[in-house]
Write a protein that binds this ligand. Structure first.
Ligand code: GTP
Ligand code: SPV
Ligand code: MN
Length: 589
């Protein structure tokens, strides 16, 4: 008798009609075989899927060039297909499930002819974790199969775990013909199914990542009483050796990876990494909030990564424990056969091929590396990996940071008055768009808890769920709004950021221990200037003041934008959020 997994795979194969089906076991040996296939057999246009890089300088590393139209998440082609539109809310694209499936079925019919269907059994979370979920994705490209081995815990054992049950999250993926007009990423929360056609790009194609671990998982979390968040999970070790765990949300390409593994600018402090993109937050038996990272790899932004900004990531990429490491859409130093990107260490190489393989010279129009070029590398390579990473229970969280990319208005750090105010801070968060999603960059939009593109249900209800979580927590973590991105009159970042962000974290630790007081302002509790450790920095006093100024007129304008955004949710917006909004208006005067 076929198991439910086998039956489901057979059905998908019946529709996609691959030449053969290959069940992946997740082993290193298999990864070598898949890379070999990607170098010699599978192609995108004329490009092989993988190109070997200089193994002496970048061990176990391969270059992948994507289809030129397929370089970022495509939010306009992403749908959440609840039975009712209202369940998706005003911030998601919605289509009725039957209509969505009809469209997808047409696009999928025969799409794997002449190809291999890879079956990927994988876990999100440690297999022993009560919070982990078993999943199966099928795909038709070696790049996705290999990426999933890095990003998730993939292996035959997952099939044993699922056994004869129907208890697994389903992912049907095909790159189709890469035609953006025939590209759709659709979610069916009721069936724990993701169906994605026409893209091989990270968030569109590695279905364990945003599609399952955020969009579908957020729906599960709402039903089951937990949160799926676009957050870093990290430990901060102080000079006494005490480790405090926090989570932090920032929108795509706004600093999570950099924060998650920062090298402290202050002596005696050390960061331990558990995750750089996704956190699942559950209430533990002791009434505290516990976080796990369901992933096991980084899919990080390459441009800007260097020994100066993120030395621990450079070390991670050059370490060779886990096979393999992938570079997608970076430029290539043709003389050395090593990856290169804007903001990399050292001088610009003499002969450069851009992300599409064309000759590139400095000063010409367009970047050499795609602004959203990325690396895919195992978390187990990271020198900062926390010893708690494989702890099935996760780590207890003492503070939650909610960030955004704001050149003006939002202070460097503000503590919320209480949990409900913190939820409002998250709900009102705005951020400028980045290259992580297709479309214009630098456009200010509301991005509550950095979840705008990832919340799988009505965001009004999502705010309500956050409020509920706070009420169920015996010891709710403190919530902080942060902003590393304020600029001066010349448009330069005022705050040095990166390793210097430890200074803000140090203040947050001091607050967690009730060691320092605060300044009460209309928008939150700000540090007293003397309590922020600026030793070794030389930021002029008036610039530091700018980082904490309360611009009342600016906030009035902000309030209008907040109102317009929150107004969309109608009855779904919790009364407590309205009250928080009114309190802010009153405090601003
Ligand atoms: P996703 O993987 O897309 O979810 O993004 P992420 O939040 O992990 O983004 P990442 O850490 O890779 O951020 C990349 C961008 O943020 C680059 O442009 C960095 O230069 C910039 N960045 C990160 N940290 C800082 C900081 O502290 N200050 C400033 N000014 N820029 C930063
Ligand atoms: C993001 O865009 O937030 C990412 C990359 O982390 S992706 O996997 O494409 O979602
Ligand atoms: Mn992300």
């Amino acid at each position: 008798m076929a198991t439910p997994v086998e039956k489901w795979v057979e059905e998908q194969a019946g529709l996609a009609k691959p030449d053969q089906i290959y069940w992946c076991d997740g082993s290193e040996e298999e990864a070598h075989k898949l890379i070999e296939i990607g170098m010699k057999k599978e192609k995108i246009g004329d490009n092989p899927i993988f190109q070997e890089l200089n193994q002496k300088v970048w061990p176990k590393s391969y270059l992948h060039r994507s289809h030129p139209t397929d370089v970022a998440r495509t939010e306009q082609l992403t749908f959440v297909c609840h039975p009712q539109k209202d369940q998706a809310g005003p911030t998601n694209n919605w289509m009725a499930p039957a209509e969505a499936k009809e469209k997808l079925t047409k696009l999928t019919d025969g799409c794997m002819r002449g190809k291999t269907m890879y079956v990927l059994p994988y876990m999100m979370g440690h297999p022993d974790s009560p919070y982990a979920k078993s999943c199966v994705q099928v795909t038709d490209v070696s790049y996705v199969a290999v990426s999933m081995r890095i990003m998730t815990r993939m292996g035959k054992n997952v099939l044993d775990k699922i056994g004869n049950t129907d208890n697994f999250v389903k992912g049907l993926h095909s790159v189709g013909d890469f035609d953006p007009n025939r590209r759709l990423i659709m979610h069916f929360p009721q069936e724990s199914l993701v169906w994605s056609i026409g893209s091989g790009y990270g968030g569109n194609a590695l279905l364990g990542k945003k599609c399952f671990s955020l969009r579908i998982a957020s729906c599960l979390g709402q039903r089951e009483g937990w949160l799926a968040e676009h957050m870093v999970v990290m430990g901060i070790q102080d000079p006494q050796g005490k480790i405090t765990y926090i989570t932090a949300s920032f929108p795509s390409a706004c600093g999570k990876t950099n924060l998650a593994m920062l090298e402290s600018a202050l002596p005696g402090y050390k960061i331990w990494t558990l995750g750089d993109d996704i956190a699942w937050l559950n209430i533990g038996p002791d009434g505290r909030l516990y976080a796990i990272n369901p992933e096991s790899g980084f899919f990080g932004v390459a441009p800007g990564t260097s020994m100066k900004t993120n030395p621990n990531m450079v070390r991670t990429l050059k370490k060779s424990k886990f096979y393999p490491t992938l570079f997608t859409n970076v430029a290539l130093d043709l003389d050395k056969n090593v990856p290169w990107w804007e903001g990399a260490d050292g001088p610009v190489p003499k002969r450069v091929a851009d992300w599409q393989g064309k000759p590139w010279t400095p000063g010409q129009e367009g970047k050499a590396a795609h602004p959203n070029s990325r690396f895919t590398v195992s978390l187990y390579n990271a020198p900062t990996l926390s010893k708690e990473f494989d702890n099935p229970q996760g780590v207890p969280i003492s503070a939650i940071l909610l960030g955004g990319r704001r050149t003006q208005l939002i202070p460097l750090v503000a503590e919320s008055f209480d949990w409900a105010h913190g939820v409002f801070m998250g709900a009102r968060t705005g951020s400028e768009t980045t290259a992580a999603a297709a479309g214009k960059t630098g456009v200010l939009r509301r991005d509550p808890m950095s979840m705008l593109p990832f919340c799988g249900y009505n965001m009004g209800d999502y705010f309500g769920h956050w409020l509920d979580m706070g009420k169920r927590l015996k010891h709710p973590p403190k919530i902080y709004a942060v902003n590393w991105f304020r600029t001066d009159d010349q448009g330069k970042f005022i705050w040095p950021g990166f390793g210097d962000n430890i200074r803000v974290l140090k203040w947050i630790l001091a607050r967690a221990n009730n060691d320092v007081g605060v300044k009460d302002t209309p928008v939150g509790l700000l540090p007293n200037p003397a309590d922020l450790d600026l030793s070794g920095l030389s930021i002029p006093k008036e610039k530091m003041e700018k980082l904490f100024e309360i611009d009342r007129q600016g906030w009035q304008d902000e309030l209008k934008e907040i109102d317009a955004f929150l107004g969309q949710f109608g009855d779904h917006l919790p009364a407590e959020i309205r009250q928080q909004r009114d309190t802010l208006a009153k405090r601003l005067g």
